[in-house]
Design a protein around this ligand. Structure first.
Ligand code: FES
Ligand SMILES: [Fe+2]
Length: 366
């Protein structure tokens, strides 16, 4: 109870402060930032991949159509009277009005400009002053995935069928794990590739993530450290899936405290837009954390978290564990937000499977 209250005070305090505290002396002026970012953008092999992309939390869906910008595309999201949700290209095929200015009427979306009506399949079902039009609006496959509306977006300008589905979690489907909370980290100035690359970069854990921080903060606990043992691999059955596993052990003044720590089994469904963490706390239970990245630009990702836990895991423990991950994640941010991509990195043999991961992720940028 006390821990719960303390954590919730810390979270609230943090909400009032800057989202992502920065610690170093690298603070570019706006002009420097512009040229730094230009150099960074030029270094990346691609801006947007294909794949399932989180668009917005299902709780934000309303009866009004909403404009969403993701992966360089303008989209409109709307929910019909029967409760079906659709994701379409935003610009009306008639004369280009943004369809989010329109309104939902029964099962159709009406464009504000000339009143054409579109079905959820993208067909014109009514032209108020004329005959039927063969014009269509592109409709993207979509689903609500554990509280987050996601759409499959293919190559730029193309409406494509989804070649894979997001992996479902039986324990959530059957109610053994229940929803516990969410955290919106808003925009971070990184390229999407960096998150996938981070998971295969096994050597940075010992260097960057060796200190225990008070969850939801960057405050280190003096003397308390972390040791990591990390691996990365492609899934053998599902080509769009890769796994990253890490076992963290708590240390006290450099000595391992056996049995203190936890295991993380992390699954990427696609290019790093939808990531699921199974955080195994031993007999204390399991927390399932989803991390969602919505690519808004070459160097801009909107990051959101949602978590579930086994029924007997107290909310405070779940929040502690998620806050621990968020604190660790924030340590990478300053690196990600200022780094460039090295197409030919100067790796040593012990660096881990960075190249194998790059080959794997390339399938989404073809
Ligand atoms: S632009 Fe949409 S109906 Fe004319
Ligand atoms: Fe990291």
């Amino acid at each position: 109870m006390i821990v719960d209250a303390l954590l919730s005070v810390l979270e609230k305090r943090r909400g009032r402060q800057a989202k992502h505290p920065r610690s170093s002396s690298l603070a570019p002026t706006p002009e420097e930032r512009e040229s730094l970012d230009a150099a960074r953008v030029a270094s990346y092999p691609g801006v947007y991949p294909t794949g399932w992309v989180p668009l917005l939390p299902a709780s934000e869906l309303s009866d009004q159509p909403q404009g969403v910008h993701a992966m360089g595309r303008s989209l409109v999201v709307f929910r019909t009277e029967s409760g079906a949700t659709h994701v379409m290209d935003a610009f009306c095929p008639h004369l280009g009005a943004h369809l989010a200015l329109g309104h939902v009427c029964g099962e159709t979306l009406t464009c504000r400009f000339h009143g054409w009506q579109f079905s959820g399949a993208g067909e014109v079902v009514s032209v108020p002053y004329g005959k039927r039009s063969p014009a269509r609006v592109g409709v993207h496959p979509s689903e609500v995935y554990y509280g987050m509306l996601c759409a499959y977006l293919g190559p730029a300008g193309v409406v494509a069928d989804a070649p894979y589905l997001l992996g479902r979690v039986p324990e959530i489907e059957d109610g053994r794990y229940t929803y516990r909370g969410s955290y919106d980290a808003h925009d971070v100035r990184m390229n999407l590739l960096e998150f996938a690359e981070n998971s295969a970069d096994v050597q940075h854990f010992a260097h960057l993530h060796d200190q225990f921080r008070i969850p939801w903060t960057q405050v280190p606990l003096p003397g308390v450290g972390l040791e990591h043992s990390a691996t990365w691999r492609k899934d053998t059955d599902e080509p769009h899936v890769c796994w990253f596993e890490n076992e963290a052990t708590v240390t006290w003044r450099g000595k391992r405290i056996e049995g203190r720590g936890g295991k993380a089994r992390v699954r990427f469904d696609g290019p790093g837009t939808v990531i699921r963490f199974e955080l195994d706390l031993g007999e204390r239970g399991t927390v399932m954390l989803f991390q969602f990245h919505t690519p808004k630009g070459a160097l801009r990702q909107h990051v959101r978290f949602r978590w579930f836990a086994e029924q007997h895991v107290p909310d405070g423990l779940a929040r502690f564990v998620v806050g621990h991950w968020v604190s660790q994640w924030e340590q990478d941010l300053e690196i990600w937000e200022t780094k460039a991509y090295r197409p030919q990195p100067g790796l040593v043999a012990e660096d881990g499977p960075v190249i194998a991961m790059r080959r794997w992720v390339q399938q989404f940028y073809a």
